[in-house]
Design a protein around this ligand. Structure first.
Ligand code: ZN
Length: 295
């Protein structure tokens, strides 16, 4: 079972989140038929979005992480609700690249580093909150850390990992976000920096079967007593429905809808997040058009 936990130390200077997400990333791989480097890029983004979305307190809030790095994978998108549920897609899932010089999946090259990472927080207000930073490496975890540091002024360390098995399925996935809250003094930040170095790569921790609790136990051992605020199951959830797709068709506008009816006599809409196909006959489209005129 995939789950995430959230922890805070006693004086409130350090917040931490960790997730294990093997099933989430494997589900994404099966839906989008990604090859290993795409599985890793999308998987890391899904892990980050799930942890970031879960931090939103507002009911029905959602958070989107979108990475446009100019690399062969194209845009990577993940959307999370405030309960840890997440979904996502890649523009070019069939991209494959040779391993990098360290023998690792070359996520940085596949995503590209010439572009931006955008975070959109929809808190149910009139306008969503949008933050954007230039990409540092395209390796995603570094870029998430830069986002928090630059856009939200919260000193952050982030690590994300996806391990691929011999048959290209997901062997393990997960990660953590560690944050020194505003007001924390420099000694706290250096303790966290040292903890991240000492802990080593998160992929090793995940490969060893560590739980989120065990991961945070290692990272937070020198920040004083801490407590787990929350433990929550996380899953790949799409939530698309016939009704939502109808609303999307109507929102295209009447002239677009009419030309769809005249040109194609039908519509076949595939959900980007779960690949479910919604079919509309000419009669159904005409009914939608009629209803949209009433509104
Ligand atoms: Zn869907």
């Amino acid at each position: 079972m995939d789950y995430l936990i959230r922890a805070i130390n006693e004086d409130g200077t350090v917040k931490a989140t960790a997730i294990t997400a093997k099933d989430i990333v494997e589900r994404a791989r099966q839906i989008h038929k990604t090859l290993p480097v795409g599985t890793a890029a999308l998987g890391r983004t899904l892990c980050a979005a799930s942890m970031m979305g879960d931090a939103l307190k507002e009911d029905d809030a959602s958070l989107t992480v979108q990475i446009k790095g100019g690399g062969p994978l194209g845009t990577v998108t993940a959307v999370a609700d405030n309960l840890g549920n997440v979904k996502g897609y890649l523009q070019n899932p069939a991209v494959d690249l040779p391993l990098n010089e360290n023998g690792k999946l070359d996520v940085g090259r596949a995503v590209g580093s010439d572009g931006v990472l955008t975070v959109i927080k929809d808190l149910g207000l009139k306008q969503p909150f949008i933050g954007q930073v230039s990409l540092l490496s395209g390796e995603i975890a570094d870029d998430i850390a830069v986002y928090y540091t630059e856009s939200e002024q919260i000193g952050t360390a982030c690590a994300l990992g996806v391990l691929i098995d011999r048959d290209q399925s997901v062997k393990a996935a997960g990660g953590y976000i560690l944050q020194a809250m505003p007001g924390a003094d420099d000694s706290v930040i250096s303790v966290l920096e040292k903890a991240v170095l000492d802990a080593g790569p998160v992929t090793k921790m995940l490969d060893g079967g560590m739980t989120p609790e065990e991961i945070l136990n290692i990272l937070l051992k020198n920040v004083g007593p801490y407590r787990i605020l929350m433990k929550r199951e996380a899953a790949y959830v799409c939530g698309c429905t016939q009704e939502r797709v109808e609303r999307a068709l109507i929102s295209m506008g009447q002239s677009e809808l009419l030309s769809l009816i005249n040109d194609q006599k039908q519509a076949e809409i595939t959900c980007q997040f779960c690949d479910r196909v919604y079919r509309f006959s000419e009669d159904q489209l005409r009914l939608l058009l009629k209803n949209s005129k009433k509104q």
